[in-house]
Design a binder for this molecule. Structure first.
Ligand SMILES: *[C@@H]1O[C@H](CO)[C@@H](O)[C@H](O)[C@H]1NC(C)=O
Ligand SMILES: *[C@@H]1O[C@H](CO)[C@@H](O)[C@H](O)[C@H]1NC(C)=O
Ligand SMILES: *[C@@H]1O[C@H](CO)[C@@H](O)[C@H](O)[C@H]1NC(C)=O
Length: 468
Protein backbone atom coordinates (compact mmCIF):
# COMPACT_ATOMS: atom_id res chain seq x y z
CA UNK A 1 0.00 0.00 0.00
CA UNK A 2 2.78 2.37 1.05
CA UNK A 3 4.78 1.48 -2.05
CA UNK A 4 1.82 2.19 -4.27
CA UNK A 5 1.23 5.60 -2.69
CA UNK A 6 4.93 6.39 -3.09
CA UNK A 7 4.78 5.29 -6.68
CA UNK A 8 1.74 7.45 -7.30
CA UNK A 9 3.48 10.39 -5.68
CA UNK A 10 6.56 10.07 -7.82
CA UNK A 11 4.41 9.60 -10.87
CA UNK A 12 2.46 12.72 -9.96
CA UNK A 13 5.67 14.59 -9.39
CA UNK A 14 6.97 13.58 -12.80
CA UNK A 15 3.69 14.58 -14.40
CA UNK A 16 3.88 17.93 -12.63
CA UNK A 17 7.48 18.25 -13.75
CA UNK A 18 6.47 18.09 -17.35
CA UNK A 19 4.05 20.91 -16.58
CA UNK A 20 6.96 22.78 -15.00
CA UNK A 21 8.17 22.28 -11.46
CA UNK A 22 9.71 25.17 -9.62
CA UNK A 23 13.46 24.99 -10.05
CA UNK A 24 15.50 25.66 -6.99
CA UNK A 25 19.28 25.47 -6.66
CA UNK A 26 21.15 24.28 -3.61
CA UNK A 27 24.85 24.31 -2.84
CA UNK A 28 26.29 21.33 -1.00
CA UNK A 29 26.61 22.30 2.62
CA UNK A 30 24.20 25.21 2.11
CA UNK A 31 20.59 25.75 3.15
CA UNK A 32 17.39 26.14 1.19
CA UNK A 33 13.86 27.02 2.28
CA UNK A 34 10.77 25.74 0.48
CA UNK A 35 7.26 27.24 0.68
CA UNK A 36 3.99 25.30 0.67
CA UNK A 37 1.43 26.19 -2.05
CA UNK A 38 0.09 29.70 -1.71
CA UNK A 39 -3.49 28.43 -1.36
CA UNK A 40 -2.72 26.39 1.77
CA UNK A 41 -4.86 27.40 4.73
CA UNK A 42 -2.93 26.26 7.75
CA UNK A 43 -6.01 26.69 10.00
CA UNK A 44 -7.93 23.90 8.24
CA UNK A 45 -5.48 21.98 6.04
CA UNK A 46 -2.90 19.31 6.59
CA UNK A 47 0.42 20.08 4.91
CA UNK A 48 2.71 17.19 3.95
CA UNK A 49 6.30 17.51 2.78
CA UNK A 50 8.11 14.88 0.71
CA UNK A 51 11.69 14.57 -0.41
CA UNK A 52 12.24 12.22 -3.34
CA UNK A 53 8.93 10.53 -2.54
CA UNK A 54 9.57 10.06 1.19
CA UNK A 55 7.28 11.80 3.59
CA UNK A 56 9.54 13.89 5.78
CA UNK A 57 7.48 16.54 7.57
CA UNK A 58 3.94 17.66 8.29
CA UNK A 59 1.94 20.51 9.79
CA UNK A 60 -1.60 19.97 11.08
CA UNK A 61 -4.44 22.48 11.64
CA UNK A 62 -3.90 22.37 15.42
CA UNK A 63 -0.49 23.96 14.89
CA UNK A 64 1.54 20.82 15.39
CA UNK A 65 4.69 20.63 13.28
CA UNK A 66 6.47 17.36 12.94
CA UNK A 67 9.66 16.26 11.17
CA UNK A 68 9.81 12.57 10.43
CA UNK A 69 12.42 10.51 12.23
CA UNK A 70 15.64 10.26 10.27
CA UNK A 71 15.26 13.83 9.01
CA UNK A 72 15.18 15.65 12.33
CA UNK A 73 18.79 16.87 12.31
CA UNK A 74 18.52 18.38 8.83
CA UNK A 75 14.97 19.58 8.33
CA UNK A 76 13.18 22.36 10.17
CA UNK A 77 9.66 23.70 9.91
CA UNK A 78 9.01 27.33 10.56
CA UNK A 79 5.90 29.58 10.70
CA UNK A 80 3.69 29.05 7.66
CA UNK A 81 4.98 25.44 7.40
CA UNK A 82 8.05 26.55 5.47
CA UNK A 83 10.57 23.71 5.12
CA UNK A 84 14.26 24.47 5.56
CA UNK A 85 16.85 21.90 4.56
CA UNK A 86 20.19 22.65 6.21
CA UNK A 87 23.72 21.45 5.45
CA UNK A 88 22.56 20.25 2.08
CA UNK A 89 23.89 16.89 0.94
CA UNK A 90 23.59 14.67 -2.14
CA UNK A 91 20.54 12.64 -1.09
CA UNK A 92 18.35 15.77 -1.00
CA UNK A 93 18.84 16.71 -4.64
CA UNK A 94 15.94 15.67 -6.87
CA UNK A 95 12.26 16.28 -6.19
CA UNK A 96 10.80 17.89 -3.11
CA UNK A 97 7.06 18.33 -2.99
CA UNK A 98 4.35 19.59 -0.73
CA UNK A 99 0.71 18.48 -0.59
CA UNK A 100 -2.14 20.30 1.04
CA UNK A 101 -5.01 18.04 2.13
CA UNK A 102 -8.46 18.47 3.57
CA UNK A 103 -10.12 15.27 4.83
CA UNK A 104 -7.57 13.19 2.88
CA UNK A 105 -8.44 14.98 -0.35
CA UNK A 106 -5.56 16.78 -2.01
CA UNK A 107 -6.35 20.47 -2.40
CA UNK A 108 -3.07 21.76 -3.81
CA UNK A 109 0.43 20.56 -4.64
CA UNK A 110 3.75 22.22 -5.29
CA UNK A 111 6.75 20.40 -6.73
CA UNK A 112 10.32 21.61 -6.56
CA UNK A 113 13.13 20.36 -8.70
CA UNK A 114 16.11 20.74 -6.39
CA UNK A 115 19.22 21.19 -8.51
CA UNK A 116 22.85 21.36 -7.66
CA UNK A 117 24.88 24.53 -8.01
CA UNK A 118 28.64 24.53 -7.53
CA UNK A 119 30.93 27.51 -7.05
CA UNK A 120 34.69 27.34 -7.48
CA UNK A 121 37.65 29.62 -7.41
CA UNK A 122 40.09 29.16 -10.29
CA UNK A 123 42.91 30.95 -8.44
CA UNK A 124 45.10 30.02 -5.52
CA UNK A 125 43.82 31.40 -2.24
CA UNK A 126 44.84 33.67 -0.58
CA UNK A 127 45.28 36.20 -3.36
CA UNK A 128 47.51 39.25 -3.37
CA UNK A 129 46.05 42.60 -4.29
CA UNK A 130 46.33 42.91 -8.06
CA UNK A 131 46.25 39.19 -8.83
CA UNK A 132 43.42 37.76 -10.90
CA UNK A 133 40.40 36.57 -9.01
CA UNK A 134 38.42 34.06 -11.02
CA UNK A 135 35.16 32.56 -9.75
CA UNK A 136 32.92 30.10 -11.53
CA UNK A 137 29.27 29.46 -10.73
CA UNK A 138 27.93 26.32 -12.36
CA UNK A 139 24.28 25.36 -11.89
CA UNK A 140 22.98 21.96 -13.00
CA UNK A 141 20.73 22.08 -16.07
CA UNK A 142 17.06 21.47 -15.13
CA UNK A 143 14.80 18.88 -16.80
CA UNK A 144 13.16 21.69 -18.73
CA UNK A 145 16.54 22.46 -20.30
CA UNK A 146 15.98 26.15 -19.55
CA UNK A 147 19.25 27.70 -18.39
CA UNK A 148 18.89 29.88 -15.30
CA UNK A 149 20.21 33.42 -15.13
CA UNK A 150 23.37 33.89 -13.05
CA UNK A 151 25.00 36.90 -11.45
CA UNK A 152 27.58 37.52 -8.75
CA UNK A 153 27.37 39.74 -5.66
CA UNK A 154 30.62 41.05 -4.16
CA UNK A 155 31.17 40.79 -0.37
CA UNK A 156 29.73 44.33 -0.16
CA UNK A 157 26.60 43.22 -2.01
CA UNK A 158 27.55 45.01 -5.23
CA UNK A 159 26.09 43.32 -8.33
CA UNK A 160 28.86 42.44 -10.77
CA UNK A 161 28.39 42.62 -14.53
CA UNK A 162 29.86 39.18 -15.20
CA UNK A 163 27.68 36.11 -15.73
CA UNK A 164 28.66 32.56 -14.67
CA UNK A 165 32.40 33.20 -14.70
CA UNK A 166 33.73 36.20 -12.88
CA UNK A 167 37.24 37.53 -13.50
CA UNK A 168 38.41 40.65 -11.68
CA UNK A 169 41.62 42.10 -10.30
CA UNK A 170 41.79 41.24 -6.60
CA UNK A 171 41.29 44.24 -4.34
CA UNK A 172 40.97 44.58 -0.58
CA UNK A 173 37.22 45.11 -0.84
CA UNK A 174 36.86 41.77 -2.59
CA UNK A 175 37.95 39.95 0.54
CA UNK A 176 35.02 38.11 2.07
CA UNK A 177 32.04 36.02 1.01
CA UNK A 178 30.98 36.12 -2.62
CA UNK A 179 27.46 35.10 -3.57
CA UNK A 180 26.35 33.54 -6.82
CA UNK A 181 22.68 34.27 -7.44
CA UNK A 182 20.88 31.76 -9.70
CA UNK A 183 17.46 32.87 -10.81
CA UNK A 184 14.85 31.02 -12.77
CA UNK A 185 11.26 32.21 -13.20
CA UNK A 186 11.88 35.06 -10.79
CA UNK A 187 12.94 32.72 -7.98
CA UNK A 188 16.43 33.25 -6.66
CA UNK A 189 18.78 30.72 -5.12
CA UNK A 190 22.21 31.54 -3.78
CA UNK A 191 25.56 29.81 -3.41
CA UNK A 192 28.47 31.23 -1.47
CA UNK A 193 32.26 31.08 -1.57
CA UNK A 194 34.77 32.86 0.59
CA UNK A 195 37.76 34.66 -0.88
CA UNK A 196 40.80 35.98 0.92
CA UNK A 197 42.71 38.92 -0.52
CA UNK A 198 45.95 39.95 1.17
CA UNK A 199 46.38 43.70 1.22
CA UNK A 200 47.27 46.61 3.45
CA UNK A 201 44.51 48.78 4.91
CA UNK A 202 43.70 51.77 2.69
CA UNK A 203 45.97 54.78 3.14
CA UNK A 204 44.28 57.99 4.30
CA UNK A 205 42.88 59.77 1.25
CA UNK A 206 43.95 63.20 2.48
CA UNK A 207 47.46 64.24 3.60
CA UNK A 208 48.61 63.82 7.18
CA UNK A 209 49.42 67.21 8.70
CA UNK A 210 52.12 67.86 11.25
CA UNK A 211 54.18 70.74 12.65
CA UNK A 212 57.02 71.35 15.07
CA UNK A 213 54.46 71.43 17.88
CA UNK A 214 52.17 68.60 16.75
CA UNK A 215 52.75 64.85 16.52
CA UNK A 216 53.62 63.06 13.29
CA UNK A 217 51.61 59.92 12.54
CA UNK A 218 52.04 58.00 9.30
CA UNK A 219 49.60 55.07 9.30
CA UNK A 220 50.12 51.71 7.62
CA UNK A 221 48.14 48.73 8.89
CA UNK A 222 47.67 45.08 8.03
CA UNK A 223 43.92 44.38 8.25
CA UNK A 224 42.60 42.36 11.22
CA UNK A 225 41.68 39.29 9.18
CA UNK A 226 45.18 38.81 7.72
CA UNK A 227 47.94 37.10 9.66
CA UNK A 228 51.72 37.03 9.21
CA UNK A 229 51.39 33.26 8.69
CA UNK A 230 49.25 33.86 5.60
CA UNK A 231 51.76 36.44 4.37
CA UNK A 232 54.57 33.92 4.85
CA UNK A 233 52.55 31.24 3.08
CA UNK A 234 52.12 33.63 0.17
CA UNK A 235 55.89 34.09 0.00
CA UNK A 236 56.63 37.41 1.71
CA UNK A 237 60.28 38.36 1.10
CA UNK A 238 60.59 41.55 3.16
CA UNK A 239 59.30 45.03 3.66
CA UNK A 240 60.43 48.61 4.01
CA UNK A 241 59.53 52.23 4.64
CA UNK A 242 60.79 54.75 2.10
CA UNK A 243 60.67 58.53 2.27
CA UNK A 244 60.51 60.77 -0.79
CA UNK A 245 61.13 64.33 0.46
CA UNK A 246 58.90 67.10 -0.82
CA UNK A 247 60.80 68.80 -3.68
CA UNK A 248 62.50 71.93 -2.44
CA UNK A 249 62.68 71.01 1.25
CA UNK A 250 66.25 69.75 1.18
CA UNK A 251 68.60 71.55 -1.16
CA UNK A 252 70.42 68.30 -2.03
CA UNK A 253 67.83 66.11 -3.78
CA UNK A 254 64.44 64.55 -3.70
CA UNK A 255 65.87 61.02 -3.89
CA UNK A 256 63.97 58.34 -2.02
CA UNK A 257 65.52 57.48 1.33
CA UNK A 258 65.15 54.03 2.83
CA UNK A 259 64.12 54.60 6.47
CA UNK A 260 63.53 51.08 7.79
CA UNK A 261 63.48 47.56 6.49
CA UNK A 262 61.63 44.59 7.85
CA UNK A 263 63.65 41.62 8.98
CA UNK A 264 61.61 38.43 8.67
CA UNK A 265 63.96 36.39 10.83
CA UNK A 266 62.20 35.27 13.95
CA UNK A 267 61.20 37.42 15.77
CA UNK A 268 60.04 39.65 12.92
CA UNK A 269 61.41 43.16 13.51
CA UNK A 270 62.24 46.56 12.00
CA UNK A 271 65.82 47.66 11.31
CA UNK A 272 66.58 51.34 11.07
CA UNK A 273 68.51 52.59 8.05
CA UNK A 274 68.15 56.37 8.15
CA UNK A 275 67.83 58.00 11.58
CA UNK A 276 64.89 60.33 11.51
CA UNK A 277 63.91 59.67 15.12
CA UNK A 278 60.76 57.93 13.94
CA UNK A 279 59.37 55.05 15.97
CA UNK A 280 57.47 51.93 15.01
CA UNK A 281 55.35 49.48 16.94
CA UNK A 282 56.28 45.79 17.15
CA UNK A 283 55.45 44.44 13.66
CA UNK A 284 53.71 41.47 15.33
CA UNK A 285 50.88 43.88 16.19
CA UNK A 286 50.35 44.33 12.41
CA UNK A 287 50.53 48.08 13.02
CA UNK A 288 53.33 49.29 10.74
CA UNK A 289 52.68 53.01 11.41
CA UNK A 290 55.55 55.49 11.78
CA UNK A 291 55.22 58.01 14.59
CA UNK A 292 57.10 60.82 16.33
CA UNK A 293 55.76 63.00 19.14
CA UNK A 294 56.73 66.20 17.25
CA UNK A 295 57.00 66.87 13.54
CA UNK A 296 59.87 68.75 11.94
CA UNK A 297 60.05 71.12 8.99
CA UNK A 298 61.93 68.46 7.04
CA UNK A 299 59.16 65.87 7.35
CA UNK A 300 57.11 66.95 4.33
CA UNK A 301 56.88 64.41 1.51
CA UNK A 302 55.66 60.94 0.64
CA UNK A 303 56.16 57.93 2.89
CA UNK A 304 55.82 54.54 1.23
CA UNK A 305 55.12 51.40 3.24
CA UNK A 306 55.88 48.28 1.18
CA UNK A 307 55.68 44.52 1.67
CA UNK A 308 57.53 42.51 -0.94
CA UNK A 309 56.47 39.08 -2.16
CA UNK A 310 58.08 36.56 -4.46
CA UNK A 311 57.75 37.09 -8.22
CA UNK A 312 58.28 40.82 -7.53
CA UNK A 313 54.72 41.30 -6.33
CA UNK A 314 54.31 44.15 -3.86
CA UNK A 315 51.75 45.55 -1.50
CA UNK A 316 52.32 49.20 -0.81
CA UNK A 317 50.68 52.32 0.55
CA UNK A 318 51.77 55.92 0.16
CA UNK A 319 51.04 58.49 2.85
CA UNK A 320 51.46 62.15 1.99
CA UNK A 321 52.70 64.37 4.82
CA UNK A 322 52.41 68.17 4.91
CA UNK A 323 54.10 70.43 7.46
CA UNK A 324 52.25 73.43 8.83
CA UNK A 325 54.54 76.39 9.47
CA UNK A 326 54.27 80.04 10.49
CA UNK A 327 56.76 82.44 8.95
CA UNK A 328 57.32 85.99 10.15
CA UNK A 329 58.65 88.67 7.84
CA UNK A 330 60.97 90.49 8.45
CA UNK A 331 61.68 88.24 11.47
CA UNK A 332 60.67 87.24 14.97
CA UNK A 333 62.66 89.96 16.76
CA UNK A 334 61.09 93.31 16.05
CA UNK A 335 61.04 96.87 17.27
CA UNK A 336 57.62 98.24 18.09
CA UNK A 337 56.20 100.18 15.18
CA UNK A 338 57.66 97.87 12.53
CA UNK A 339 55.46 96.36 9.85
CA UNK A 340 55.00 92.61 10.31
CA UNK A 341 53.70 89.92 7.97
CA UNK A 342 52.77 86.53 9.40
CA UNK A 343 52.06 83.62 7.05
CA UNK A 344 50.64 80.27 8.10
CA UNK A 345 50.40 77.37 5.69
CA UNK A 346 51.88 74.25 4.14
CA UNK A 347 53.59 75.96 1.21
CA UNK A 348 50.68 75.85 -1.22
CA UNK A 349 47.00 76.82 -1.05
CA UNK A 350 44.95 74.66 1.31
CA UNK A 351 42.11 72.45 0.04
CA UNK A 352 38.72 74.13 0.41
CA UNK A 353 37.53 71.82 3.21
CA UNK A 354 40.31 73.05 5.50
CA UNK A 355 40.64 76.40 7.20
CA UNK A 356 42.96 78.19 9.60
CA UNK A 357 42.40 79.62 13.04
CA UNK A 358 44.84 82.17 14.42
CA UNK A 359 45.30 82.71 18.15
CA UNK A 360 47.32 85.88 18.82
CA UNK A 361 48.84 86.43 22.29
CA UNK A 362 46.18 87.44 24.87
CA UNK A 363 47.26 91.05 25.16
CA UNK A 364 47.49 91.60 21.40
CA UNK A 365 45.13 94.32 20.14
CA UNK A 366 44.61 92.38 16.87
CA UNK A 367 41.02 91.25 16.44
CA UNK A 368 39.98 88.71 13.84
CA UNK A 369 36.39 88.04 12.79
CA UNK A 370 35.57 84.42 13.71
CA UNK A 371 34.90 83.32 10.12
CA UNK A 372 37.87 85.01 8.51
CA UNK A 373 41.30 83.77 9.42
CA UNK A 374 43.40 84.31 6.29
CA UNK A 375 46.77 82.63 5.77
CA UNK A 376 48.51 86.04 5.67
CA UNK A 377 48.25 88.54 8.50
CA UNK A 378 49.70 92.02 8.12
CA UNK A 379 50.23 94.15 11.19
CA UNK A 380 51.12 97.66 9.99
CA UNK A 381 52.75 98.63 13.30
CA UNK A 382 53.53 95.98 15.90
CA UNK A 383 53.08 97.00 19.52
CA UNK A 384 54.58 95.54 22.66
CA UNK A 385 51.30 93.61 23.15
CA UNK A 386 51.99 91.62 19.99
CA UNK A 387 54.99 90.00 21.63
CA UNK A 388 54.56 86.40 22.75
CA UNK A 389 53.27 83.15 21.30
CA UNK A 390 51.13 83.17 18.15
CA UNK A 391 49.35 79.96 17.25
CA UNK A 392 47.87 78.90 13.94
CA UNK A 393 45.60 75.88 13.88
CA UNK A 394 44.66 73.86 10.82
CA UNK A 395 41.04 72.78 11.08
CA UNK A 396 38.56 70.59 9.30
CA UNK A 397 35.06 71.67 10.34
CA UNK A 398 35.66 72.14 14.07
CA UNK A 399 38.31 69.47 14.58
CA UNK A 400 41.90 70.56 14.84
CA UNK A 401 44.29 68.62 12.58
CA UNK A 402 47.45 70.27 13.85
CA UNK A 403 48.83 73.61 15.00
CA UNK A 404 52.02 75.63 14.62
CA UNK A 405 53.50 78.22 17.00
CA UNK A 406 55.81 81.18 16.65
CA UNK A 407 57.16 83.45 19.41
CA UNK A 408 57.68 87.15 18.68
CA UNK A 409 59.97 89.44 20.66
CA UNK A 410 59.16 93.14 20.44
CA UNK A 411 61.65 95.79 21.67
CA UNK A 412 60.40 99.30 22.52
CA UNK A 413 61.12 101.97 19.93
CA UNK A 414 63.66 104.79 20.61
CA UNK A 415 61.95 107.84 19.07
CA UNK A 416 63.65 110.91 17.54
CA UNK A 417 62.35 113.07 20.34
CA UNK A 418 63.74 110.71 22.93
CA UNK A 419 67.08 110.88 21.10
CA UNK A 420 66.90 114.70 21.10
CA UNK A 421 66.14 114.73 24.82
CA UNK A 422 68.91 112.24 25.60
CA UNK A 423 71.44 114.22 23.55
CA UNK A 424 70.25 117.53 25.06
CA UNK A 425 70.58 116.15 28.58
CA UNK A 426 74.02 114.84 27.76
CA UNK A 427 75.05 118.20 26.28
CA UNK A 428 73.71 120.06 29.33
CA UNK A 429 75.53 117.71 31.69
CA UNK A 430 78.76 118.18 29.74
CA UNK A 431 78.27 121.95 29.68
CA UNK A 432 77.62 121.97 33.43
CA UNK A 433 80.76 119.89 34.02
CA UNK A 434 82.80 122.31 31.94
CA UNK A 435 81.29 125.23 33.83
CA UNK A 436 82.08 123.65 37.21
CA UNK A 437 85.60 122.96 36.03
CA UNK A 438 86.12 126.54 34.87
CA UNK A 439 84.71 127.93 38.09
CA UNK A 440 86.97 125.74 40.16
CA UNK A 441 90.02 126.83 38.20
CA UNK A 442 89.09 130.45 38.60
CA UNK A 443 88.62 130.08 42.33
CA UNK A 444 91.92 128.33 42.71
CA UNK A 445 93.69 131.12 40.84
CA UNK A 446 91.99 133.79 43.01
CA UNK A 447 93.05 132.21 46.31
CA UNK A 448 96.65 131.93 45.14
CA UNK A 449 96.64 135.62 44.27
CA UNK A 450 95.24 136.55 47.68
CA UNK A 451 97.79 134.46 49.52
CA UNK A 452 100.47 136.19 47.54
CA UNK A 453 99.24 139.58 48.71
CA UNK A 454 99.04 138.48 52.31
CA UNK A 455 102.59 137.26 52.15
CA UNK A 456 103.73 140.72 51.09
CA UNK A 457 102.11 142.17 54.22
CA UNK A 458 103.82 139.75 56.50
CA UNK A 459 107.24 140.84 55.44
CA UNK A 460 107.28 144.57 56.39
CA UNK A 461 108.66 146.93 53.84
CA UNK A 462 112.06 148.52 54.58
CA UNK A 463 111.59 151.62 56.54
CA UNK A 464 113.33 153.62 53.95
CA UNK A 465 110.32 153.09 51.77
CA UNK A 466 108.07 154.87 54.13
CA UNK A 467 107.49 158.42 53.28
CA UNK A 468 108.55 160.76 55.90
C1 LIG B 1 49.54 52.17 15.60
O1 LIG B 1 50.61 52.49 16.45
C2 LIG B 1 50.75 53.88 16.74
C3 LIG B 1 51.95 54.04 17.65
O2 LIG B 1 53.02 53.28 17.23
C4 LIG B 1 49.50 54.41 17.38
O3 LIG B 1 49.62 55.81 17.58
C5 LIG B 1 48.30 54.12 16.52
O4 LIG B 1 47.13 54.53 17.18
C6 LIG B 1 48.23 52.64 16.21
N1 LIG B 1 47.11 52.42 15.31
C7 LIG B 1 46.23 51.46 15.51
C8 LIG B 1 45.13 51.40 14.53
O5 LIG B 1 46.31 50.70 16.43
C1 LIG C 1 54.11 92.32 3.75
O1 LIG C 1 53.14 91.99 2.80
C2 LIG C 1 52.83 93.02 1.90
C3 LIG C 1 51.76 92.56 0.99
O2 LIG C 1 50.80 91.85 1.71
C4 LIG C 1 54.06 93.41 1.11
O3 LIG C 1 53.77 94.50 0.28
C5 LIG C 1 55.16 93.79 2.09
O4 LIG C 1 56.34 94.04 1.37
C6 LIG C 1 55.40 92.68 3.08
N1 LIG C 1 56.38 93.13 4.06
C7 LIG C 1 57.39 92.42 4.50
C8 LIG C 1 58.27 93.03 5.55
O5 LIG C 1 57.57 91.30 4.07
C1 LIG D 1 32.37 68.69 7.71
O1 LIG D 1 31.13 69.32 7.50
C2 LIG D 1 30.49 68.98 6.29
C3 LIG D 1 29.21 69.77 6.20
O2 LIG D 1 29.37 71.05 6.71
C4 LIG D 1 30.22 67.48 6.26
O3 LIG D 1 29.66 67.12 5.02
C5 LIG D 1 31.52 66.72 6.46
O4 LIG D 1 31.25 65.34 6.55
C6 LIG D 1 32.21 67.17 7.73
N1 LIG D 1 33.49 66.53 7.81
C7 LIG D 1 33.98 66.01 8.95
C8 LIG D 1 35.31 65.38 8.85
O5 LIG D 1 33.38 66.07 10.01
Amino acid sequence: MKNISEFILILMAVITLTRGAEEIYAQEGGNITLRPPASADLQSHYVYWYVNGKECALCNPLGRREVTEGFTNRLFLSDGCLLTITNFSKEYYGIASCEVKLLRVTQATVVYEVLKVTVNMNSLSPLLHGETLSLVCDPQTPQSGKKPHIHWLSPQGEKMKNQGQLTVRAEAQYNGTWTCVVSSDGKESTAKISVMVLDLSPAPSSPQYTSESSPLNIPCLIPEHISWEQMKAKGIQGGHWTFIPKPGTTPTSADPQRLFYLSLEDPISWKEVEAKKLTLADPKTKNLSLTRNKGSNKDGGDYVCTLEFKNSANLSRTVHVEVLQITASPGTELISGQRLNLTCGVGHPLPSNLHLKWSPPKQSPLSLTPDRHPPHLTIPEVGRGDGGKWRCELRQNSTSLCSADITLKIEPRVSVWMLVIIISVAVIVILLLILVFILCRRRQRKTRHLRHRLCQCKNPKPKGFYRT
